[in-house]
Design a protein around this ligand. Structure first.
Ligand code: SF4
Length: 369
């Protein structure tokens, strides 16, 4: 019969806590956000670390702290500057919520993050995971964090076949984590389990020989490492077809800003649309750009394709060279527009797919209309 979290012996829990604590003290990575338990810095690092690898986050975190060393600087900044520094990290709603939360903290809490989970959970973008991380690391509140790394470690340690990507069964892993949590050192314990999952108990090919909890690990003891964690099959990821236009007027090209809310909100991009029919663009591209911007364009030629994978879908995008023909800008959908020199695009926060079009844009910059 499968064991539940309540079945773990107290003695075993204490041994696991001790082994993990020793390993963490000796092996923990020297990361910039670990130099302090300041809640502002813990918060920013945890937001950045969601869905993102540590090595990727380090330079972003350092740049962010250089620019916004205190929460008041973040609150006073305009959203575009925050999105610019976030550019490339993806999941831009994180940056928008963080900016909004910073303003609330400065307006209502004298610039200090709430020191309770309930208070933290009321802020935009702070959910179960981030509130538990801040509460345990900065305020020593015994709150267990449960992310993908933690679930993988727990599923293997206790040989539990509950799918780790079944959100409906998240409670089970939360109860394992809560049971195991070191009440005296919750911050260190949480970071130790997460780091164990990142570096040792990796998704494929875990380094069991270096694992501090090997002697308690059910899948290791029964030689079933390759069977855990169990995951449910996800449906195949849909593919969206997009068409983007590089519209030149003289040496400048048209850039549009997405609405503040929704996917990639507030970021800048080239005019484009999702193609729902198999008909070749051309006239359709001209019409869509006219509907979106009010101007008429001439489609010259297709100059390339780019693709990008998001979490829930993939995009394949055709890119067309176009020229302005007539009309005044009158936006329908986008919230702002700019005619910019291609070299200026680096001043605008853009999403990754648009970054992949940058080389084409720069290649065109020196060509004559
Ligand atoms: Fe993971 Fe191996 Fe450690 Fe078990 S022994 S927790 S499978 S690294």
């Amino acid at each position: 019969m499968k064991k539940s979290a309540v079945d773990i012996k107290k003695n075993t829990i204490q041994k696991i806590q001790k082994s993990l604590a020793r390993w963490y003290q000796k092996n923990r990575l020297d990361l910039p956000w670990r130099k302090t338990d300041d809640p502002y810095r813990v918060w920013i690092s945890e937001v950045m670390l969601q869905q993102t690898r540590i090595e990727t986050v380090i330079p972003y975190y350092n740049r962010f702290m250089d620019k916004y060393p205190e929460i008041k600087f973040l609150a006073e900044s305009d959203l575009q500057s925050v999105l610019k520094i976030w550019e490339g990290l993806g999941y831009y709603a994180r940056a928008r919520n963080m900016h909004k939360a910073a303003q609330i903290i400065c307006e209502k809490f004298q610039g200090r993050l709430p020191d309770t989970r309930e208070g933290l959970l009321k802020l935009p973008g702070i959910g179960e995971y981030i509130s538990a991380a801040i509460a345990s690391i900065s305020f020593r509140i015994p709150a267990a964090v449960v992310d993908g790394n933690v679930k993988r470690v727990l599923a293997r340690l206790f040989m539990d076949s509950t799918p780790t990507n079944d959100t409906g069964r998240k409670n089970l892993f939360e109860s394992y984590a809560a049971k195991l949590l070191d009440q005296d050192q919750p911050g260190d314990f949480n970071q130790a389990v997460m780091e164990l999952g990142q570096r040792i108990c990796r998704p494929g090919n875990p380094i069991c020989s270096d694992c501090p909890v090997q002697e308690f690990c059910k899948v290791f003891q029964t030689n079933r490492i390759d069977q855990y964690p169990v995951r449910v099959d996800r449906k195949s990821v849909p593919l969206k077809k997009m068409n983007y236009a590089i519209v030149f007027q003289g040496k400048k090209c048209l850039l549009l800003r997405r609405p503040a809310k929704g996917l990639l909100g507030g970021l800048w991009e080239l005019p484009g649309y999702e193609q729902h029919h198999r008909t070749a663009p051309g006239k359709q591209l001209e019409n869509m750009i006219c509907r979106m911007t009010g101007i008429r364009i001439r489609v010259e030629e297709k100059i390339g394709t780019v693709s990008h994978a998001y979490t829930h879908f993939k995009v394949a995008a055709n890119v067309y060279l176009c020229f302005y023909k007539s009309g005044e800008i009158c936006l329908n959908g986008p919230t702002e527009h700019q005619w910019i020199l291609p070299a200026e695009i680096h001043h605008y926060p853009c999403h990754k797919l648009i970054h992949k079009i940058f080389p084409m844009l720069h290649g065109l910059a020196n060509q004559d209309e």
